[in-house]
Design a protein around this ligand. Structure first.
Ligand code: ADE
Length: 318
């Protein structure tokens, strides 16, 4: 018999260390952190016993929360009209996040509710929101000279060294991800979250895949064209080296304080544009050392691109 009572399955899920009891979670449906086509994200609070996992994960998370028995969280839920594919992807994401393990620069799951009617993914809360909006909000507050003092709104000012730190933190997280044979496939400033202390965390693993060979061939879905490598655009091929290409575009977003890439190019013209050897230009506020790295990330030969393992060399700049 291939069938099992759903009650038994629910019982099995309860014994999972990741499973949260609804009474330990308050979802603030009036505080919407993000509304997407595939999921809605709300502010939430985990109350009572701190998930075992958070304790195991070391002090990083515990120290960022103020009350010992209350932890701020973000709660991802399926929209009411989710179709079967969304639903499958959502459960895929839950299983993926269980296997991910803890890293400071990767958003971690605090727990989940995997009942089939209203499943939820609960992740750490990042008070400063996504990096793209953050950069755009701080556009007029970038100090170019390290001796400049912040004129007004001292807490709004950013320095080039803060941008280098963002870049380093993301590449450190990507080094961890690629060392576990995961490719992200949607690395972009919109998918990096910032905590109240400006710790950058890679998020949005909806497109993330485990690869047992070094290469993955995609079959469908919506594509972030302007972040994609030339081999992803032409052959739908993905690897850690194509994540490195996207990282180069992310560097462009960071060092331009949130410019959109290739504003004058139609997405469908991107292959021709890149094949002609053209690339993003150096943003005005971007140091030469950083632009050199970006250009290497966009090498047509994927083996000639830098590796995330070289991330530590970024911290040596400035
Ligand atoms: N938006 C989406 N995910 C979030 C998170 N974990 N924290 C804050 N805002 C978010």
């Amino acid at each position: 018999n291939h069938y099992m009572d759903i009650g038994l399955l629910a019982e099995a899920n309860k014994s999972d260390i990741w499973e949260i009891t609804p009474k330990n979670l308050v979802v603030h449906d009036n505080i919407i952190l993000g509304n997407g086509a595939f999921a809605n994200v709300y502010k939430g609070t985990l109350i009572g016993k701190i998930p075992l996992l958070m304790v195991n994960q070391g002090l990083g998370l515990a120290l960022e929360s103020e009350k010992l028995n209350e932890v701020e969280a973000a709660v991802k839920r399926l929209p009411a009209h989710a179709d079967e594919q969304n639903r499958l992807d959502f459960f895929h994401e839950i299983e993926f996040m269980k296997r991910l393990g803890y890293h400071t620069h990767i958003i971690s799951m605090l727990g989940c509710i995997s009942n089939p009617y209203d499943p939820m993914i609960v992740v750490e809360y990042c008070a400063k929101g996504d990096m793209l909006k953050f950069l755009r909000n701080h556009r007029d507050y970038l100090l170019m000279d390290k001796d400049d003092t912040c004129p007004i709104h001292a807490d709004m000012c950013l320095r080039v060294k803060d941008l280098v730190s963002f870049a380093w933190q993301v590449s450190d997280g990507m080094n961890y991800l690629s060392s576990k044979s995961f490719i992200h496939r949607d690395l972009a400033a919109r998918n990096i979250l910032l905590t109240k202390n400006l710790v950058a965390k890679i998020s949005d693993f909806g497109l993330c895949r485990y690869v047992d060979s070094a290469l993955y061939t995609a079959k469908g879905g919506r594509l972030p064209i302007k972040w994609m490598s030339i081999e992803s655009l032409k052959f739908y091929e993905y690897s850690s080296a194509s994540d490195v290409w996207s990282f180069g575009v992310l560097l462009f977003e960071i060092f331009s304080m949130g410019d959109g890439p290739y504003p004058m190019i139609q997405p469908l013209d991107m292959i021709k544009y890149l094949e002609a050897g053209k690339r993003l230009e150096q943003p005005e506020t971007c140091p030469n050392e950083i632009y050199n790295i970006m250009e290497r990330c966009w090498n047509a030969d994927k083996d000639a691109r830098p590796k995330f393992a070289e991330a530590s060399s970024l911290s040596a700049l400035f």
